[in-house]
Ligand binder design. Structure first.
Ligand SMILES: [Ca+2]
Length: 564
């Protein structure tokens, strides 16, 4: 049942000019109500039109243009006999953001016409969600006449007790509109601009009513084309060596701040599953100047970076889309093997047997940025499912063929075995971020001799390093009595406490009798000139207990800081 709202009726003012043709006076002057018009010629006469006819143009007969970007995929449909009280017995339902209805209206008379749009919105469609009982039509739709958006002052407003209509999808409301029509064909589009749930659930559109002094006829019209929004994507070149910067510049479309640049393997099918790209950034955030795409790694797919040799595609994707249909532009690139990489591979260690806590120097030469070195327990059978390697690194990143202490590389904190106690281990050279073994080397770690530590002990033997993490290295102290100047010093493993300059000085120290045990030594007396060393970067360190403010070492413990 239609609830007729108060309408600005019969406001059309007719001027008769000397040629005898009819023109309709403009309604867009300062006066809200155009009920009079000034005669422009002596022969013109002004009279109010009161024999206007309402012409009904049913939405269900108009051109329906569903949005192709609505995630739910619900399209405009005709609501049929469900459309209780709808004009023509039907309406257009499930109208979502960016869906539109377009009418073609032909008139022999240019002028500002009045009319109404008949729409409905449920006030409540779940136990918790309420729509406002009134809002401007402008808040939810835009009305476009011949390519120009037209202001709509009319309100959508329940004029009955809203509680009686909470789940009523077909409470039709007339909203007053004014339509500046040109003589001939006019294209009128009503497009939903609000998201569902911002102003009620999906909307329903019933009828466009236009009051006219002359006959209006309907024709099938295409909606006005969306303005083309400029966008751009450029890549510095299409062939890159592994590890080389991939310099990209891109421009998102105006008002599309989530347009993104995304790098996929060319063989990746970006599909409805929403595959994660390897790298992604937003030009609206990072700017439209050139950036290195490799600075924008995504979460997930970590094991496919750094990029292996192969074919990749860089997309500019609309609205953070992951579907091929979201692509605005794409550029194919190729990653080739670095020319600096030798064709020889090798894997050696400085020894076969180590004492627990000792550095394990590994020298690996690889062919590929993505080849990696990892240490596992000898009885780890399936490298991919045993919980991961204990430590790993990429030789190319460390300098191909450079000796690296593997106990200072990236530690697997998930595995208790990462403390490398006595036992048999295997160091592997593995191919291309996978688990194919290129070379392997078995080593043995023997238990350290039982060493008495009468004066100091540490809470751990291996700490992980993180730039932004406050480390604490807790030293438990049992000081000698009657030696108030016994002291404790933290040094790098290679610092020599007995050398005349004693290794350049301790990195941190404290007097053993002056602290409460255990004590975080990293908070005590840092060396003011060894600023790099007191960062405690990954490596080997030692803590000494020293007698009487001198350099006689009474006790020493060793520890490692591993990469995180
Ligand atoms: Ca209808």
């Amino acid at each position: 049942m239609k609830k007729a709202m108060k309408m600005l009726s019969a406001l059309l003012v007719l001027s008769t000019v000397t040629l005898g043709t009819l023109t309709l006076a403009s309604c867009d002057d300062d006066s809200a109500q155009v009920s009079t018009s000034i005669s422009e010629t002596e022969n013109s006469s002004t009279e109010e039109i009161d024999d206007l006819t309402d012409y009904n143009f049913e939405a269900e007969n108009a051109t329906l243009t569903p949005s192709d970007s609505e995630a739910t995929g619900i399209e405009l449909i005709h609501v049929d006999d469900q459309a209780e009280g709808a004009s023509g017995g039907k309406a257009v339902g499930w109208v979502q953001k960016n869906d539109s209805v377009t009418w073609g209206i032909n008139t022999t008379q240019a002028g500002d016409y009045t009319g109404s749009l008949v729409v409905s919105h449920p006030l409540k469609w779940s136990s918790t969600t309420f729509a406002p009982v009134s809002f401007r039509l402008d808040d939810i739709y835009s009305l476009i006449v011949n390519g120009e958006e037209v202001e709509v002052d009319g309100y959508y407003e329940f004029d009955e007790d809203p509680s009686e209509h909470l789940y009523d999808y077909y409470y039709w409301v007339d909203i007053d509109i004014e339509l500046p029509l040109i003589e001939g064909d006019n294209v009128i589009t009503l497009k939903k601009t609000a998201r569902n749930n911002d102003y009620g659930s999906t909307g329903n559109i019933d009828t466009l009513v236009i009051s006219s002094p002359v006959e209006l006829t309907y024709f099938d019209a295409e909606p006005a084309a969306e303005p083309e929004l400029a966008f751009d994507l450029n890549v510095s070149k299409v062939e890159f060596e592994q590890g080389e910067d991939i310099m990209v510049s891109a421009k998102n479309r105006d008002e599309h701040e989530t347009d993104c640049v995304a790098l996929y393997k060319s063989e990746d099918l970006i599909d409805a599953e929403g595959m994660t790209p390897l790298y992604k950034y937003y030009p609206a955030i990072e700017g439209t100047d050139e950036v290195n795409l490799l600075n924008f790694a995504t979460e997930g797919r970590e094991d496919e970076r750094p990029l292996a040799e192969g074919d990749y595609t860089i997309y500019l994707l609309g609205d953070d889309g992951v579907l091929l249909e979201n692509q605005l532009m794409s550029i194919d690139i190729t990653i080739t093997k670095s020319s600096e990489i030798s064709d020889e591979i090798s894997l050696t260690t400085d020894k076969d047997t180590y004492v627990q806590g000792e550095s394990i120097m590994v020298t690996a030469t690889v062919e590929n940025e993505t080849d990696w070195v990892a240490i596992y327990k000898a009885d780890d059978e399936d490298l991919s499912s045993c919980g991961g390697s204990l430590y790993y690194y990429y030789p190319m990143a460390k300098g191909n063929g450079t000796a690296v202490d593997i106990t200072t590389t990236i530690m697997n904190q998930e595995r208790a075995e990462a403390d490398l106690r006595a036992g048999d281990y295997i160091i592997y050279l593995l191919e291309n971020n996978g688990y194919d073994v290129l070379l392997q080397k078995e080593i043995t770690i023997e238990s350290a001799e039982e060493v008495e530590h009468p004066y100091i002990a540490l809470d751990k033997s291996i700490y992980s390093y993180s730039d932004d993490e406050t480390r604490s290295i807790m030293v438990s102290v049992t000081p000698r009595t009657d030696h108030p100047k016994d002291w404790v010093a933290l040094m790098k493993e290679e610092d020599d406490i007995t050398a005349s300059n004693h290794g350049g000085g301790s990195l941190f120290y404290f007097y053993a009798n002056d602290v409460t045990s255990p004590c975080d030594i990293t908070t005590m007396n840092p060396h003011s000139e060894r600023l790099e060393d007191i960062k405690l970067l990954p490596g080997k360190y030692q803590v000494h207990y020293l007698a009487d403010d001198g350099y006689e070492v009474l006790d020493t413990v060793h520890f490692t800081i591993a990469e995180k």
